[in-house]
Design a protein around this ligand. Structure first.
Ligand code: C5P
Length: 241
């Protein structure tokens, strides 16, 4: 089995993932320069990847481990091909939707194992942190978000996912069922006083970590601050033992 590129965080700062949500690669690189010493990983998502493609992963990856958050969700053959194409970029984490089903997740894991060298951790996105109960019900899922997260988590971990992306609210129930092994990566995190924006199921960094999150993902509270490095340092100071 291929070893993971990802290492468990050993400091408060290493638990922070900063989301570089911008279409401007130069701005992303400036943010990366400032934030790399204060974070564990830097996240390249759909906006930056859409604008700058694989080059964004290479440039950001030169400064810090990359969380490549493309939330893959397609038929197994297509997702396996995407994993083969993306693995050589060397992201430490790669996301795919648990709702894509067991065969899709198994195909992704097999493709990652066969890509050669150390592989990205495959993280299954459960229920987006922007969905509340009513928005989830409108997709046809009548259960509460936590029940759907647990259902998707069972499916994803059995199919070979290394971890999960979930809201802070589901971390404790996931740890209760699955113990310490799965990586839990948690967006929807808001320091006290920050605007929630489009996030629905939120908590503070300290609450998310106390519940058992391994990493917390912050975008706008860090990148939208006048001094992003100071904002990240303040969050790290707030969560340090
Ligand atoms: O700006 P904000 O802190 O809300 O950014 C959160 C980041 O985490 C965004 O880049 C978003 O794409 C990502 N994310 C999320 N919810 C998920 C998975 C990823 O908010 N379920």
């Amino acid at each position: 089995m291929a070893a993971l590129l990802l290492e468990r965080p050993r400091s408060a700062a290493a638990r922070i993932v900063a989301a570089l949500d911008t279409a401007d690669l130069s701005r992303a690189e400036r943010l990366a320069e400032a934030l790399a010493p204060r974070c564990g990983l830097l996240k390249v998502g759909l906006e930056l990847f859409g604008a700058a493609g694989p080059e964004a992963v290479r440039r950001i990856g030169a400064r810090a481990p990359v969380f490549l958050d493309l939330k893959l969700h397609d038929i197994p053959n297509t997702v396996a091909g995407a994993v083969r194409a993306l693995s050589p970029l060397g992201p430490a984490m790669l996301t795919l939707h648990a709702a894509g089903g067991a065969a899709m997740l198994e195909a992704a894991r097999e493709a990652a194992e066969r890509a050669g060298g150390r592989r990205p951790a495959l993280l299954a996105v459960t229920v987006l942190t922007s969905l509340d109960s009513a928005a989830l019900a409108a997709t046809g899922v009548a259960d509460a978000p936590v029940a759907q997260v647990l259902r998707l988590a069972r499916l994803a971990l059995a199919a070979g996912a290394d971890g999960l992306v979930c809201s802070p609210r589901e971390v404790a129930p996931l740890r209760a069922e699955f113990g310490p092994a799965p990586f839990l990566v948690v967006p929807g995190v808001r320091p006290a006083g920050s605007a929630a924006g489009d996030q629905a199921r939120t908590a503070t960094p300290a609450e998310a970590l106390a519940a058992g999150a391994d990493w917390i993902v912050l975008g706008r509270p860090v990148t939208g601050a006048a001094d992003p490095a100071a904002a990240a340092a303040a969050i790290a100071a707030g969560i340090a033992g």
